[in-house]
Write a protein that binds this ligand. Structure first.
Ligand code: MSP
Length: 648
């Protein structure tokens, strides 16, 4: 058993929570629940960032004291997280007294290290980002990166010797644990730091809503020094011997891509200065747009998180957010996509599986399941292996910070279970009076469903709970991965039919409805065609659904080299739109020089089982056609196509 400490950013309380706030916290919650299920001692921290100029100004605009504003808005976040049934272990506020103490200790240590000096800050500041910007980061009175307005500041300020930590930071980025992720973000931040760092102004004198600078009451501490330290104060701060508690260092700081610089440059530098261990991982996720546009109040597409929680069932919201995009990528929050996933993946796949299986158990067995028999039937054996594989994959993908793949592995198991029921036809065995086989089949299906529920619990806790209760598995220990031993459903288990797990979704827009209907039709057709093709396979023709089983994508070749000892093979690294490139071993060496392929976009199959060639694992297959004179040609694509785009 080990510790797992996961954090979200603490949220500014100048306004009410929106979809972005809900997203990070839901992702963190899924990780927290998942590692708890694996038996880890988990601490999940979230909360609110309450000091600084931005909040002070918002209070002024609302005619309130800062304290009254932060009390009111912090409460909105707290209530939202309750409504979302998130499982944080602490909701921290930067106005909490223990937090203020830890912050003072951090600054004292930074001073003691000789890293703080008094000077004058002359430069740009954005209150909206609570960030200082250099001249070359500004255009037309706005910060280029965020688009936020900046103002000129000239005042006495304490500075932190950030420049001193340049080399140590670069070393940290390059260290084997990959502490800053995804890789592309790490490269960005590494280049920024390697380009040179200025010392950082860490105090202000022209407003006072903040933590007093230790030993100088004329200065308030820069809000990011205050805010970042929450990650330490949230788990006990510093004890009398100056030691941090058992959960530090954090295992995972989940943040949005816009605040990477604070978390991957300032924070580790502060910690190095204060002699505190660095976090194990900072992961920057992408941003949601809404129906294709950046969310903003002026555009009128602002999604208030509390309304969102009213509008969709929680599990659907979680499923969509976690399944729709890889963690590091941007996503588009589109009603039609939510409906599509709800109807075809949740309702038609998982919901239908649970419903038909529990109904058959009632109908054929009076709702009582006999114990497990280790049958040798090929389909049974295969199903047991599929379940084991799913369990392993879910853990692996969560460790790799790929919750979308983990969820896919769960849904794959549900699909396989549906197919198992289809193929084993318990209704036939029932008709033939083969009660033993009916028991065996339904046992396998329900035990598989139990596995699906346990594996899905971190992502869709309410549905998992309903399924497990229907299988007589209500206790907390039933959620543990250690409960996933095949045969765990005991003999004489009484099986209920749960209430409908996923209602088919109704839509507000016609377009959305059309799309979802089309997609529902498509998946039905695909299922039908898959069946038809097994019936009609003598024709040699395949149905569209079968074709769609093969994933062909555009991959960008990042590098190519010959494989030593194999004169036909090239080893490629290709970007297929995922966090890290894939390695491919392809028989192209006779037709192409490695340089000819670099930076080219080609078609490749990306869902083949990996194969090992000359000791190298090949993770995709480049598509090529033989020319009449026995050379090879590839399908090339222009740069107008994003790597990873599916070809269909
Ligand atoms: N208070 C700071 C964080 C301090 S952490 C020590 C802050 N707060 S914030 O409220 O502005 O933003 C919090 C998080 O919300 C950030 O990680 C940000 O990336 C995220 N998001 C804001 N809008 C978002 C989307 N549209 N989509 C996804 N996440 C977004 O920054």
């Amino acid at each position: 058993m080990s510790n797992f400490y996961v954090t979200t950013p603490i949220y500014y309380v100048n306004g009410a929570p929106h979809i972005g706030h809900a997203y990070t916290t839901i992702v963190a919650d899924a990780f927290a629940r998942h590692y708890r299920q694996r038996g880890d001692e988990v601490f999940f921290l979230t909360g609110t960032d309450e000091h600084g100029l931005k909040v002070q100004r918002a209070a002024e605009e609302n005619g309130m004291t800062p304290q009254a504003l932060v009390d009111q808005n912090s409460q909105k976040f707290r209530e939202l997280f309750e409504k979302l049934t998130l499982t944080h272990d602490r909701f921290i506020r930067t106005t909490d007294p223990d937090h203020k103490e830890a912050v003072a200790e951090m600054v004292r240590r930074m001073k003691a290290a000789g890293d703080v000096y008094l000077d004058t800050y002359k430069g740009w500041y954005s209150a909206s980002d609570e960030a200082y910007y250099a001249e070359d980061e500004i255009e037309d009175g706005r910060a280029i990166e965020s688009g936020s307005a900046v103002e000129w500041v000239e005042e006495e300020s304490y500075f932190f010797r950030l420049s001193k930590y340049q080399d140590a930071l670069v070393e940290w980025y390059d260290s084997p644990g990959n502490p800053v992720r995804p890789k592309a973000r790490r490269n960005e931040i590494r280049a920024f730091v390697a380009g040179g760092l200025n010392d950082l102004s860490i105090s202000r004198t022209t407003f006072d809503w903040g933590i007093e600078f230790p030993d100088d009451p004329d200065h308030v501490l820069y809000v990011w020094v205050d805010a970042l330290t929450n990650y330490i104060s949230g788990v006990g701060g510093f004890d009398d011997d100056g030691k941090t508690g058992p959960f530090w260092p954090a295992d995972l700081h989940l943040i949005g891509k816009d605040i990477l610089r604070f978390h991957a440059v300032y924070w580790p530098a502060f910690l190095m200065s204060a002699g505190v261990e660095l976090p194990r991982e900072v992961f920057a996720h992408g941003w949601w747009t809404v129906e294709g546009e950046k969310m903003s109040k002026s555009r009128g597409n602002w999604i208030d998180a509390a309304e969102l929680a009213e509008q969709y069932p929680l599990d659907l919201l979680r499923y969509f957010m976690l399944r729709e995009i890889p963690l590091g990528s941007d996503g588009n929050f589109v009603q039609a996509r939510i409906a599509e996933r709800n109807n075809s993946e949740l309702a038609d796949n998982l919901g239908n599986l649970v419903n038909r299986t529990t109904k058959m158990t009632q109908g054929f067995l009076g709702g009582v399941l006999a114990g497990y028999q280790e049958t040798r039937d090929e389909q049974d054996v295969e199903l047991r292996q599929t379940a084991l594989h799913a369990r392993q994959k879910v853990s692996e993908f969560m460790d790799a910070r790929e919750p979308h793949h983990a969820l896919d592995a769960v849904m794959h198991l549900a699909r396989e279970l549906n197919q198992y029921v289809q193929a084993t036809q318990p209704w036939k065995a029932n008709k033939e009076g083969d009660a033993e086989r009916v028991q065996q089949i339904l046992y396998h299906a329900l035990e598989g469903i139990r596995w699906v529920a346990v594996l899905a619990a971190a992502f869709m806790p309410d549905s998992a709970d309903a399924i497990l209760k229907a299988l007589g598995q209500g206790e907390a220990e039933h959620l543990q991965f250690s409960a996933l031993e095949w045969g765990g459903l005991a003999g004489d288990t009484r099986v209920e039919i749960p209430a409908v797990l996923f209602e088919k979704m109704e839509f507000e827009s016609d377009e959305a409805e059309d799309k979802a209907k089309k997609s529902a039709k498509k998946s039905k057709k695909a299922a039908k065609s898959a069946k038809k093709s097994t019936d009609n396979d003598k024709t040699g023709l395949i149905e569209f659904g079968e074709f769609m089983n093969v994933e062909i994508r555009v991959g960008r070749v990042l590098s190519a080299e010959r494989v030593e000892g194999a004169d036909k093979l090239l080893k490629l690294e290709a970007d297929v739109g995922e966090e890290s490139p894939r390695t491919i071993v392809a028989g192209l060496a006779k037709a192409f020089e490695p340089e000819e392929l670099t930076d080219k976009q080609v078609a490749m199959v990306t869902n083949l089982k990996p194969a090992k060639l000359f000791g190298i694992k090949s993770e995709a297959m480049v598509l090529a056609a033989k020319t009449i004179d026995d050379k090879l040609e590839l399908a090339f694509f222009s740069d107008n196509i994003k790597p990873g785009t599916r070809i269909s």
